[in-house]
Design a protein around this ligand. Structure first.
Ligand code: CO
Length: 456
């Protein structure tokens, strides 16, 4: 059987290239064609798509999902789910996690890809159980990173835990695009040999080597790869779907995608790429190749964040120093993978350490929480000297952080009953508070005249 393809254009594609700004109208443009391509799944939903809908596009993310589902009759829909953070930035109580999973599936999601920044399996348990309970397909993604502890054995060990947890498949999530071809081969092969799970690879072209890495992963037996339709591919996004399909055509790995539908879809989405190039949201810089990310081992998004933070402070000349400090901070914190929210936390701490000319003189609240164990278990031993400097003799929790959280859905529903018209609305508020409330108030106002008209 050939390699299966997950199309990322409608989630990670525009998230990686132009800050997730595609509107629902644009998402729907080529959906009929994409539904006939023969993909394993279409990735269409996640934290940033949800956030951008409410924050920038004045759109209801749930409504987007329902509209997509209405068109997609042949292809499974996939979303990205940040474990106990759901799509937000803090840990939520189990009842909120379960409710979110339930309603995601009810509104159209088939496959939920769950991950935790620290690969702390305990932070995945609730979302995994809920996905199975409500009939969804559950994939667990392991955040890929490099460090002395992140060896192939480390990932194989995690993969076995993922299998034991009851996941339907496993994904290696290389958010930074730093997975080298030979490492990919060894890693995928080892996981395939040690588990029965279908394995998927997700990566980014940022460093310029991802087509090679995908090829080696395919030769090692990877079952599914993530690619993006040409207008949303390349640069900081995924490798191009059409090109990969051509490259594998006629081989034992042939994905056998419908080329005519791919071409029609690409024609429809080409003007979208052009629109964001024209309005400046798609910076041609991100379309190029940036081998620096291989040197510094930081995701492209984090690198551009650091540049903008330093530019704002008039300290761009300190960039090299900050980039050299990033691995030191990571080491002190027990080598967390650099993925949301850890990438922002580690980046900010590295900037503070350099600009203050004293390490850990200033520490953001999130790092403080992390050192208290509130994000879960660090992959490796934390530097106790640093921890003591920051939190003194405070107690460090070693249980699952969400065990401290009391059920919160009912009280949220009661608290916002004037604004929230559905349980979906309550969840939007739970995740994005003021931003969701602002959106819902505006939406409710817009709905009013229609109601009066109907009554008359
Ligand atoms: Co990605």
């Amino acid at each position: 059987m050939g390699v299966k393809i997950v199309e990322t254009a409608l989630r990670d594609g525009h998230q990686s290239l132009f800050a997730t700004r595609m509107t629902t109208e644009e998402v729907l443009l080529a959906l009929k064609e994409l539904d006939k391509v023969g993909y394993h799944a279409l990735e269409v939903w996640g934290g940033a798509t949800f956030d951008a809908c409410l924050r920038f596009l004045n759109e209801d993310p749930w409504e987007r999902l329902r509209k997509i589902k209405k068109v997609c009759k042949h292809t499974k829909l996939q979303m990205l789910f940040r474990g106990q953070n759901i799509l937000g930035y803090r840990h939520y109580a189990d009842d909120v996690v379960e409710k979110f999973v339930k309603l995601s599936i009810k509104n159209g999601i088939d496959i939920i890809r769950v991950f935790d920044a620290l690969n702390d399996i305990r932070n995945l348990e609730c979302a995994v159980k809920a996905t199975k309970k409500y009939g969804g397909e559950c994939q667990i993604a392991l955040s890929y990173t490099t460090s002395p502890v992140h060896t192939i054995e480390y990932y194989v060990n995690l993969a076995k835990q993922v299998e034991a947890l009851g996941a339907d498949s496993l994904c290696i999530k290389d958010m930074a695009g730093v997975l080298l071809p030979e490492t990919a081969y060894q890693l995928i092969k080892a996981i395939k040999e040690n588990t029965k799970l279908p394995v998927e690879l997700h990566s980014h072209c940022t460093g310029g080597l991802m087509e090679m890495t995908y090829m080696r992963a395919i030769q090692a037996g990877v079952d599914i790869i993530d690619t993006a339709l040409s207008p949303l591919s390349g640069g900081t996004s995924q490798p191009c779907t059409e090109s990969i399909n051509y490259a594998l055509e006629g081989t034992e790995y042939d994905p056998k995608l419908n080329k005519e539908m791919l071409e029609l879809a690409a024609i429809k989405l080409a003007p979208v790429r052009q629109k964001y190039l024209n309005n400046g949201l798609l910076n041609p810089k991100v379309l190029g190749c940036n081998p620096n990310i291989l040197k510094y081992q930081v995701p492209g998004g984090m690198l551009s964040n650091l540049i903008s933070q330093l530019t704002q402070q008039g300290a761009l000349d300190k960039l090299d120093e900050v980039l050299a400090e990033v691995p030191n901070v990571r080491k002190d914190l027990g080598y967390p993978p650099l993925v949301t929210p850890l990438s922002q936390m580690v980046g900010t701490q590295a900037v503070l350490n350099v600009l203050n000319k004293e390490r850990y003189k200033m520490v953001p609240k999130e790092i403080n929480d992390y050192l208290h164990g509130k994000y879960g278990q660090a992959p490796a031993i934390v530097n106790e000297e640093v921890r003591h400097k920051i939190i003194g003799n405070d107690e460090v929790i070693t249980y699952r952080p969400a065990d401290d959280l009391k059920p919160e859905f009912k009280s949220l529903k009661e608290q916002y009953k004037g604004i929230a018209k559905s349980d979906e609305d309550v969840l939007s508020i739970a995740l994005f508070q003021d931003i969701a409330i602002k959106f819902l108030k505006r939406r409710n106002e817009d709905l009013k005249p229609t109601v009066i008209k109907l009554e008359a």
